[in-house]
Write a protein that binds this ligand. Structure first.
Ligand SMILES: C[S@@+](CC[C@H](N)C(=O)[O-])C[C@H]1O[C@@H](n2cnc3c(N)ncnc32)[C@H](O)[C@@H]1O
Length: 208
């Protein structure tokens, strides 16, 4: 896939995420958990990342900020990054509503070195992030760039085999997409339901 096609695919994705950001503020269970002072993060990641009190934590592809703000509640000094402006606006509104400290930056992950020059004790990303990335080697370079010496990178993600499966109308799971990398993205057409709010018909296609 040439660079221009990649750029267009990312632009469609960015519009898709702009479209659903506010929908997700209303639909995400995590928002309610944050508002009621309950835990948002999984016990596995809490255990594996460990004590973040006073640590600088960079959250890549943080969407509407629910996980970023949950880490802030645990005492981390958090910076959340996402390329969707509506996601960043929603994250900032949630931060202000909850009275938490957090910095949010709108940027494509790949362009982050142009707008951020610090290093972090923890670089974190989770749940539905890898499928949007066009170049995992370049992405890994970005992570390395932002890690302080001795810092950790933490990824929590569903297994990619799930992306190869689709549910048939009968309810059974079938292998529809290739498991191994291929140059062209898998296009998700507009019109289908949003995963968090099935009553919302999606207006923009996605490219995974
Ligand atoms: C499924 S969400 C992130 C997961 C988050 N834990 C959640 O469930 O809310 C995926 C996020 O990745 C962001 N994203 C996708 N590609 C990106 C890129 N190249 N640079 C920055 N953000 C990107 C989208 O805007 C979206 O907010």
């Amino acid at each position: 896939m040439d660079r221009e096609t990649q750029r267009q695919a990312e632009e469609w994705n960015r519009r898709r995420w702009d479209e659903v950001a506010r929908v997700h503020v209303g639909a995400y269970r995590e928002v309610e958990l944050l508002r009621t002072g309950q835990e948002v993060l999984d016990e596995i990641e809490l255990r594996e990342v460990g004590d973040v009190l006073g640590k600088r934590l960079l959250h890549l592809q943080g969407h509407i900020g629910t996980d970023t703000l949950a880490w802030a509640r645990h005492g981390a000094i958090v910076t959340g990054v996402d390329f969707s402006e509506e996601s960043i606006k929603s994250a900032e509104a949630l931060r202000d509503e909850l009275g938490l400290e957090a910095r949010f930056i709108r940027s494509n992950v790949y362009d982050l070195p142009d707008v951020l020059s610090e290093v972090f004790d923890v670089v974190y990303t989770s749940r539905g992030v890898l499928c949007w990335l066009r170049d995992l080697t370049a992405w890994a370079g970005i992570i390395a760039r932002f890690l302080a010496p001795g810092g950790i990178f933490y990824l929590m993600e569903s297994h990619p085999i799930l992306n190869a499966l689709e549910e048939r109308p009968t309810g059974e799971l079938a292998f529809i997409h290739p498991y191994f990398h291929r140059p062209e993205p898998v296009r998700g057409e507009a019109g289908g339901p949003d995963y968090a709010d099935p009553t919302h018909p999606l207006q923009h296609p996605s490219h995974e």
